[in-house]
Design a protein around this ligand. Structure first.
Ligand SMILES: Cc1cc2nc3c(=O)[nH]c(=O)nc-3n(C[C@H](O)[C@H](O)[C@H](O)COP(=O)(O)OP(=O)(O)OC[C@H]3O[C@@H](n4cnc5c(N)ncnc54)[C@H](O)[C@@H]3O)c2cc1C
Length: 391
């Protein structure tokens, strides 16, 4: 039975239909392959293309660009339900649809949008976003990658690290499009780099990750990479504000991924604690187990309310600033998902410690959500700064 849906505050018929469709996809197609792709350390490209058929890859884009013209609430619901079954696959979805596609949609000119977005929305092409570098992550303004203008093109040099979707499963072919942040005369600019551009290649696939193993992570190299000036997004030097704006929606989506993990782990421990007997009683008759269940349920529902309440307020035109709460909800979600996954392993005992029972994989996947897209410490720093205005 599904939990009572307190927190969606009257979902529209479209939201309900979307959630039902994604749940069906997750149950029939995503769930059965999740452990296999985690173990193989590969992403399921065929299944990713199915997301295009389902209209999920350009969820918040105009229909004439291949999108589905839905809102941030819809975006959260999709991340929650995909992550419920397979957070690694969902990370691939997020990197493509939020970090690359939505970022291009918000910041490209009309010609660029028409050129790139339809194929990205259909799943015919795969996208990524490259901000982090070998020598800087949190301190993003210290990035060392540069571009220099030379008549009708730019020459890009640098290395990008930890890039989700950076490579395909052969570990050497880059994805089709990467939105790359670089400095031009010390100001941040962004470009869309295509896989065929000379001087662009995969440095290495990052192997043996703790979690999110069903998504590919790569180091990308730009060695005198030649980029036509038609591939600059916006104007030179204005991409810092694009980056900050996109981080808001990224953090909300990452929080929704944590929510999906929290829900799944709660469900697994709730079920197991009834079936498993100890001292002739079900586990859930013991007070310590009850504490795990009750606390996890309360935390899940409060997190869900915060996330959906925030998503409902987000205006599609990007005119308002939601940084404080996108940071705060991601901070809370990352911690709760990890705690609830940890309790789920505890309730399942030895069975919780192996892949077949799912919570082990979800626990590993949950850790990334305290690091990627802004570490807990970075979020705490931002939140404290933003709260100064309330002192
Ligand atoms: C699986 C995976 C996928 C990723 N996908 C992408 C992607 O698609 N695109 C992309 O651009 N990046 C991606 N990243 C990178 C991710 O966003 C960075 O790892 C993250 O921002 C942290 O940067 P860092 O790893 O360089 O750590 P650092 O910034 O070096 O931080 C190390 C530690 O020091 C702490 N720290 C740093 N500065 C401060 C400070 N001022 N005060 C207090 N503590 C501080 C941090 O919080 C952290 O605990 C991914 C990472 C992983 C692991």
């Amino acid at each position: 039975m599904e939990f009572k849906d307190f927190s969606l505050f009257d979902p529209t018929p479209e939201h309900k239909a979307l959630r039902a469709m994604v749940c069906e996809f997750a149950q029939k197609e995503l769930e059965p392959q999740a452990l296999e792709y985690d173990q193989k350390e590969q992403f399921n490209q065929k299944l990713f293309q199915r997301l295009g058929n389902l209209g999920l890859l350009g969820l918040m884009l105009e229909e004439n660009l291949g999108g589905s013209k839905m809102d941030a609430t819809a975006m959260i619901a999709v991340h929650e339900e995909l992550s419920f079954s397979d957070p690694g696959f969902c990370l691939t979805y997020l990197a493509h649809s939020v970090l690359c596609v939505y970022n291009i949609y918000r910041n490209a000119n009309e010609e660029q949008k028409k050129l790139w977005l339809p194929a990205l929305c259909s799943g015919d092409t795969l996208g990524a976003m490259a901000m982090s570098e070998p020598n800087c992550g949190t301190d993003v303004l210290a990035m060392e990658s540069t571009a220099v203008r030379n008549k009708d093109h730019y020459i890009l040099n640098g290395r990008k690290m930890w890039i989700t979707n950076g490579c395909l499963n052969d570990n050497k072919t880059p994805c089709d499009f990467v939105l790359v942040y670089v400095k031009i005369q010390n100001q941040i600019s962004s470009f869309v780099v295509e896989k065929s551009f000379p001087g662009f290649f995969v440095g290495q696939k990052i192997k043996d990750k703790l979690g999110m193993r069903a998504s590919n992570t790569a180091e990308l190299v730009f060695d005198n990479c030649i980029i036509p000036k038609t591939h600059l997004l916006g104007r030179e030097g204005e991409a810092l504000k694009h980056m900050m704006k996109n981080l808001e929606v990224e953090r909300l989506a990452l929080a929704a991924m944590s929510l999906g993990i929290a829900k799944r782990c709660f469900k697994e421990m709730n079920k197991y604690s009834l079936q498993r007997k100890s001292f002739n009683k079900s586990l859930r008759s013991f007070g310590q187990i009850q504490k795990y269940l009750a606390q996890s349920y309360a935390e899940y529902q409060s997190l869900r309310s915060y996330i959906y309440n925030l998503a409902r307020q987000i205006k599609e035109d990007g005119s308002e600033n939601y940084r404080l709460d996108c940071d705060a909800v991601k901070l809370l979600a990352g911690k709760l998902a990890k705690d609830i996954a940890d309790r789920a392993i505890q309730v399942l005992g030895g069975y919780g410690y192996v892949g077949e029972y799912k919570v082990e994989r979800l626990w590993r996947d949950s850790k990334l959500l305290e690091i990627g897209g802004g570490t807990n410490e970075a979020l705490e720093k931002n939140i404290t700064k933003d709260l100064e205005k309330w002192v």
